[in-house]
Design a protein around this ligand. Sequence first.
Ligand code: UDP
Length: 327
Amino acid sequence: MRKALVTGAAGFLGSHLCDKLLANDISVIGMDNLITGSMSNIAHLEENPNFRFVHHDVCEFIDIKEELDYILHFASPASPIDYLKIPIQTLKVGALGTHNVLGLARAKNARILVASTSEIYGDPLVHPQTEDYFGNVNTIGPRGVYDEAKRYLESITMAYHRYHAVDTRIIRIFNTYGPRMRLNDGRVIPAFMGQALRGEDLTVFGDGSQTRSFCFVEDEIEGIYRLLLSDYHLPVNIGNPDEISILDFAKEIIKLTGTDQKIVFKPLPKNDPLQRKPDITKAREILGWQPKIRRKEGMQRTYDYFKSLSREELNKMEHRDFSSFKS
Ligand code: UDP
């Protein structure tokens, strides 16, 4: 049986990835330091003989005895609210953590796929974003710790590929949503759905004209899996090009939840990208991939998941503190 190491295995994407690999007869070592991940995301794998969990911080030396076929590096805080709280860890996992997993891939002669992000494009001046766009990032802004960590991740990955001939893949992930997102991670979908469920007003930042393009997790995971099995080394965007403004999105959520919440406007966080939409021509051509799940269906499935959470969990929601984003 082939074997994979998944870092960030207890996170939103990491846990879905573990499921996907296991379903394809690949045994999995799941690694996480549980700073932003949660064991509840992988509780269903506890009895699975092909899954093993290792509680470890990838910024420290990674000691794996077994042979590995694949490494999927998904350990990182991924929400703006998290980068604010733990900026140094965010930088370290993108830099030191990525260095460690690349070293491990080299030692094990394993193929490695690293998770990059649309954030490497910053507040983009090119729309939609193609892989050859170099980006527009404020290095010292509040998002800089994540954006620059992921830009470094891409650079060191290509260096290991070119200098050490490591078999690498780089995915640029655009906004993804679905079950197992952390309700209190501050991102727009859990924020709006949590607010609707608690009977609170929906907080739109700025005038809501900024856009995002949301991909349902099942589609995203299929894209990641196809890239892993491909032989393509340069970065590939995986996301859903179905773009919507945040204000329209808030209205859609009010309709979906059947609640009569109002929309309240809050200041736009500093360096919040004004528009974001992936150009997925490359993914279509190289991987034969494109998203299949429409927003209506994906949002319903996500809402059903949040609705199934206990009242206690729902009330744990932290209010996003955007004050430190402002200057
Ligand atoms: N946003 C909002 N209200 C919220 C949370 C987020 O209007 O309660 C906006 C945020 O300013 C951004 C968009 O929704 O323009 C997506 O934010 P998110 O944190 O989900 O991810 P990002 O794409 O900015 O990394």
